[in-house]
Write a protein that binds this ligand. Structure first.
Ligand code: CA
Length: 230
């Protein structure tokens, strides 16, 4: 699936320029025109990156960014702040609020795309790749194929997305809520237990006789892709 960029900007012409260029570069986009709308959009579907204007009605970009950093599901979300200000102290404010990078208006679309791509590479290197590997598990994202030790593994679409999420950040423990959010999307009424059911299916498909269980269950915390010792 294409990565989702949330554009938070109150000037319609600028929204159009940003949206057009991100979509041309392979992103899906969501748009919010003030700080409150941004929070609602973030609660609906966690994007892969946020392009966030500083000066916004209702809630400033700085405040939105602080809230992004405080939210459990959005803590690591890459944020590029866009600002009309260029003072050194403002840049410091920007980065202190938790933004990963900032752009000063006016900026060229090329520069925006370059910054967005750069922070995505830093925060989610897997997004810019077509192939994920962990141990002997290989995911070919373009062809939608999975193999283990060279032989094909058949996965349903949910298990595929689940494995992809885990493989994008090997050894990181994902809580059930984070997995629900990333794999199912938050608008669906799915219970945390559903995650367990699909992890079980994924395990069955991946771990054939004699092969190590690559999925680690962390009691009270969640799941990670990780080869268990022994
Ligand atoms: Ca503005």
């Amino acid at each position: 699936m294409k990565p989702l960029a949330l554009i938070v900007e109150d000037e319609p012409p600028l929204v159009e320029v940003i949206r057009y260029n991100l979509e041309k570069d392979g992103f899906r986009t969501a748009i919010a025109s003030d700080g409150e709308e941004a929070l609602i959009a973030l609660a609906e579907e966690t994007p892969d990156v946020v392009v966030l204007d500083w000066m916004l009605p209702k809630l400033s970009g700085l405040e939105v960014c602080r809230r992004i950093r405080r939210g459990a599901a959005t803590r690591r979300l890459p944020v590029v702040m866009v600002t009309a200000r260029g003072e050194e102290s403002d840049r410091v404010h920007c980065l202190e609020s938790g933004a990963d990078d900032y752009l000063t208006k006016p900026f060229s679309p090329k520069e925006l795309i370059a910054r967005v791509r750069a922070i995505l590479r830093r925060s989610r290197p897997a997004l810019s790749e077509e192939r994920l590997e962990y141990g002997d598990v290989v995911m070919d994202l373009a062809a939608h194929r999975v193999s283990r030790a060279g032989s094909a593994v058949k996965l349903g679409p949910t298990e595929f997305r689940l494995l992809r999420t885990l493989m994008e950040k090997p050894r990181r423990v994902f809580s059930r809520e984070q997995l629900l959010d990333q794999v199912w999307g938050r608008d669906l009424d799915v219970e945390p237990r559903t995650v367990d059911v699909h992890v079980l299916r994924l395990r069955k498909a991946l771990n054939r006789i004699g092969e190590a269980d690559v999925i680690r269950t962390v009691r009270g915390a969640g799941y990670a892709i990780d080869v268990e010792p022994g």
